[in-house]
Design a protein around this ligand. Structure first.
Ligand code: SF4
Length: 380
């Protein structure tokens, strides 16, 4: 997978906002699964898909959430069927479904595969039960391993595993154990994040009650650098700040976000980016259903970016990629010289060891990957 192939088609993002249990650190757009609401949401989502205009070739579909794996294979098939009617969905499209381990069963997994899902992204987060419990996750480590192995048996050849580090009370060796378990499973792709605690997260209260703290920044840095070293030693290539892949199994869909690509978001709170236009749907599940049922567009926020905003966004997102950004290509596309526009601020980042410039390529250093927010501020 290269950035060029990621840019060929348009990606569809389909938001499934339901979860069977709400994790205590979660800041995503989601709500508790409730049968009536689920039925009405799926009906509205189907209508929103039908109202779309053809967009050009679609080569990736991503069911994200929430927990898309609360849907049955039949429901996923119904949504994909509507997409096939409206869009030019390529037969070789990457079709990803985010799955929580507790929802996995062999029949369900075989069902997803049979309706066209060809990539699963498993939200594991940790392979230690005490950490999973603290995060309010609904699965155990053993269940996560079982779900992974069942996915393989069912016939999935493109699996991704999410892990989260810098958890309350987590030591470096606990983190190391989780990363080692992930490596032992041999997924084609992995996403490793450090926990970001949003201001009102219930996990904060629990930490205060139990007297738990986060490890110091130096340990977080060791967690970050160490894990990518171990993964590289095991044959993975880091291609983005938080993502590694082997056997060319980078996420085609997610590469569109970082490579100045195009995607159409469907469902509540979904964002879209096509050419210079950016828009998003209303976040609230009920409001989304009401709007679609009433024949009102669910779009609540829309803008046309200026050329400068497009370049700054392309840099902001593109620098997340390990290879960085080709400034000459950006100049060819937008006629903006990045160094003329942001050069003095970028020089400071180069001097601080956060950015590396080589000929027309600009990329984050390893230090810059960990401190990427410092660099991204230049473009905000
Ligand atoms: S499963 Fe994911 S989306 Fe649902 S509450 Fe937990 S973290 Fe949030």
């Amino acid at each position: 997978m290269t950035r060029a192939t990621a840019l060929v088609g348009i990606g569809l993002y389909i938001h499934i906002p339901f979860c069977e249990k709400i994790c205590n650190y979660c800041n995503f757009n989601r709500g508790l699964l409730e049968p009536g609401l689920r039925r009405r949401y799926l009906s509205a989502l189907g209508q929103e898909i039908e109202c779309q205009r053809k967009t050009g070739k679609v080569d990736s579909v991503f069911f994200g959430g929430g927990t898309p794996s609360v849907l049955t294979p039949g429901e996923i098939n119904e949504l994909l069927g509507r997409c096939r009617l409206v869009f030019d969905l390529e037969p070789t499209a990457e079709i990803t479904l985010e799955m929580n381990p507790e929802t996995a069963s062999f029949e369900r997994l075989e069902g997803y595969l049979s309706v066209g899902v060809n990539r699963l992204s498993l939200g594991v987060q940790s392979f230690r039960d005490s950490e999973l419990k603290r995060l309010g996750r609904a699965h155990t480590a053993a269940r996560a391993i079982e779900a992974f192995e069942m996915s393989r048996e069912a016939g999935f050849h493109n699996l991704s595993v999410d892990l989260m580090g810098w958890l309350p009370g987590q030591t470096l060796s606990h983190w190391h154990e989780s990363v080692k378990t992930l490596i032992g499973l041999e997924p084609e792709h992995a996403s490793l994040y450090l926990l970001e605690l949003y201001p009102n997260a219930p996990l904060r209260d629990e930490m205060a009650r139990e007297g738990l703290t986060l490890a110091p920044d130096e340990i977080a840095a060791e967690m970050y650098y160490g894990s990518f070293d171990w993964l590289e030693g095991a044959g993975y290539q880091q291609y983005e700040i938080s993502n590694v892949a082997k056997n060319s199994c980078e996420s085609r869909h997610n590469l569109k976000y970082w490579s100045d690509g195009s995607w159409l978001g469907l469902g509540c709170g979904a964002h879209s980016a096509i050419d210079g236009r950016r828009w998003r749907n209303v976040s609230d599940i009920g409001a989304y259903i009401e709007r679609v049922n009433g024949g009102v567009s669910p779009v609540v926020d829309e803008k046309l970016l200026s050329v400068e905003e497009r370049v700054s966004e392309a840099l902001f997102l593109g620098l997340r990629l390990f290879e960085g950004v080709d400034l000459s290509k950006l100049k060819g596309r937008y006629s903006v010289d990045v160094w003329d526009r942001w050069g003095s601020d970028l020089e400071l980042c180069v001097e601080a060891g956060l950015l590396h410039r080589r000929s027309e390529w600009l990329r984050l250093t390893r230090k810059g990957m960990l401190l990427s927010n410092e660099v991204m501020r230049v473009f905000i």
